[in-house]
Write a protein that binds this ligand. Structure first.
Ligand code: ADP
Length: 589
């Protein structure tokens, strides 16, 4: 418990108790004094009037009688001193008791009263000893004549002493009451504050650890508070847990989303972003938090989109194209006024792939139309020539018909290659995988293309180690891949050139290569070489369909291998492809 608070609580209670007790004692002392004084007055009056009444009538003329009476008076009243005055107010006799009172002057109010036949009292401080003294005077009469006056002086010591004692007692009682109240207050505070402190500690623990906490206080007087506290703690804990669950669900959804999400505050600072946004813009997620939008995205179009949305309070959207790297984004800005004024949620959809696919599709249609148009146009021209009279010239007719046959062959080859490609792409070509010797595959392909190579005056060599492990492959398909590559090598290598076929083991793969000393492929065209209908140099590629490499790539990938090319213009190209060796598949399988 705080020391200051402790004294602020206990001190007023102690002081109030002390003051009350002392005040009661003080008032009691005053009351006792007043009563004492009244009693003294009563007694003094009674005694003095009795003494005055007992005054012997002859006493004034008989000194012995006077002496006796005065002696009696002294004896009777041992707490007072008396003066006997004559009717004029001059002192005749003086008792010896108590104090040495100065002789009255005769002008005192009680004496003046007595001279008029009254018994009067007067309370005043004695000039001799500074004590409060009760003066009383009674006339001594013979018949109606006042012959003398008896003045008594009574020291009010008893009431004074009583008052003083009571005052001291009240002071002591006040001190004792203060002490007692100190103990009681301490006990009460301890009784009250220990549970409160326990509850406070529990509350602090809950606040710091967000765990559900229960206080161990179960006293009857604090039971309600304790139960309320525990209930609140449980409710709070459940709510926090529910919130945290919701939050982590939201965070997981946000992080797993392929679309980018970013929340920007009214001050333009990034408040929340997900991983997709960070990847799209190429920055660190944590680095972006708390920074300005412009600094993070570094694109004025996005900042303008955010500003327009924030000012208008309406949803905005736009398509943005980036060059490095090439990227197309659909950006949507949604005002979040209902959650926090000025806050805007930015969504980013990456349309790059969709755009690419659209381009590929467009290119495919344009390519296929182009590839079909040429043989069809030739066929039409040849048919027209025949109709226009060439039929009458049998040798010419035969020549045209053989050319028509060539065009139809080219067309049907293209159609069958397209069909093959689409079947491979859709996974409809069943592969008959067997353990085969890679060298045999190379030799088979070489054999098949030997005539063509010879015609072109090209030397085809085969380098294949005998101890190569067998590969798991559909032999005719892989031979077709090698034939495709060899066919291209023959096509794009000028006469006198060399073509080399190899197969080597690399880790769990057998890597085949077909290298030539041909025209090579420009570096910028290499990435697209395996696309359908792609022809690196249309002028040189001649009668090809541009489908051979695409079919080869799909076939190799169907075997869980890879295909790639290295080429240098005017020096030659080397096409590589890898096929898993049979033993590695057996082991892993
Ligand atoms: P094509 O039927 O036209 O040969 P491909 O898909 O087999 O179709 O080849 C695509 C293109 O790749 C070819 O048109 C050619 O430009 C290029 N190409 C393929 N192989 C070679 C090579 N060995 N040397 C040079 N260019 C090649």
């Amino acid at each position: 418990m705080n020391r200051r608070f402790h004294w602020q609580t206990t001190l007023p209670i102690i002081l109030t108790t002390m003051l009350s007790v002392w005040l009661v004692g003080f008032l009691l002392a005053e009351r006792a004094y007043t009563l004492g004084v009244s009693q003294s007055i009563f007694r003094a009056e009674d005694l003095t009037t009795r003494l005055a009444a007992d005054f012997p009538s002859t006493a004034l003329d008989d000194p012995l009688a006077l002496e006796n009476w005065f002696h009696n008076l002294n004896y009777l009243s041992n707490w007072a001193s008396y003066h006997l005055l004559d009717a004029e107010g001059s002192t005749v006799l003086k008792s010896s008791q108590n104090v040495n009172l100065p002789a009255p002057s005769g002008n005192e109010p009680e004496i003046v009263g007595a001279m008029q036949g009254n018994v009067l009292t007067d309370l005043r401080t004695s000039t001799s000893d500074d004590f409060e003294t009760l003066f009383i005077a009674a006339p001594i009469q013979t018949g109606n004549e006042i012959i003398a006056i008896l003045q008594g002086a009574f020291k009010l010591e008893e009431p004074r002493l009583l008052r003083s004692n009571l005052r001291w007692l009240s002071l002591i009682a006040a001190l004792l009451a203060g002490l007692f109240s100190l103990f009681v207050t301490e006990w009460l505070l301890a009784r009250l504050f220990i549970p409160i402190r326990t509850i406070t500690l529990s509350a602090q623990e809950i606040a710091q650890t967000d765990k559900s906490g229960e206080t161990g206080v179960y006293r009857d007087d604090l039971a309600q508070l304790t139960h309320a506290f525990n209930a609140m703690s449980h409710t709070l804990h459940n709510q926090i847990e529910a919130l945290q669950t919701e939050r982590s669900k939201l965070a997981t959804v946000l992080q797993q989303m392929t679309d980018g999400v970013m929340s920007v505050g009214a001050d333009g600072q990034v408040q929340m972003i997900n991983q997709a946004t960070a990847t799209l813009f190429g920055f660190n997620e944590n680095h972006a938090l708390g920074r300005g939008l412009a600094e993070v995205v570094r694109d004025h179009r996005l900042v303008e989109l955010w500003e327009t949305c924030q000012k208008s309070g309406l949803e905005q959207s736009t398509y943005l194209e980036f060059r490095f790297p090439v990227r197309v984004l659909h950006c949507i800005a949604i005002p979040m006024q209902s959650i926090q004024p000025g806050q805007v949620l930015l969504l980013f959809q990456d349309l790059t792939r969709i755009r690419q696919l659209e381009t590929v599709r467009r290119d495919f249609i344009s390519n296929i139309s182009h590839e079909l148009r040429t043989p069809l146009a030739s066929l039409k021209a040849l048919a027209e020539t025949l109709q226009d009279g060439a039929l009458d010239d049998p040798p010419a007719a035969r020549h045209f018909i053989s050319r028509m046959e060539t065009e139809v062959d080219a067309l049907s080859q293209m159609v069958s290659e397209l069909l093959e490609l689409s079947r491979i792409e859709s996974g409809k070509v069943p592969l008959q995988k067997n353990s085969v010797n890679p060298c045999e595959l190379l030799a088979a392909a070489q054999e098949r293309m030997s005539l063509q190579a010879e015609r072109q005056h090209l030397e085809v060599t085969l380098n294949c180690a005998d101890d190569l492990p067998p590969i798991l492959a559909d032999a005719p398909r892989i031979i077709q891949v090698i034939v495709n590559l060899l066919h291209n090598a023959i096509k794009f290598t000028p006469p006198g050139g060399k073509i080399n076929l190899t197969a080597v083991r690399k880790d769990d793969f057998c890597v085949f290569s077909v290298s030539d000393t041909g025209v090579g492929i420009p570096a910028e065209e290499l990435p697209r070489i395996f696309e359908r209908f792609y022809k690196a140099d249309r002028a040189r590629s001649g009668g090809g369909t541009g489908l051979g490499l695409a079919i080869s790539r799909h076939m190799v990938e169907a075997h869980e291998g890879q295909i790639w090319v290295e080429s240098e213009e005017a020096k030659g190209s080397t096409f590589y492809f890898s096929i898993p060796i049979a033993s590695s598949i057996d082991e892993s399988g």
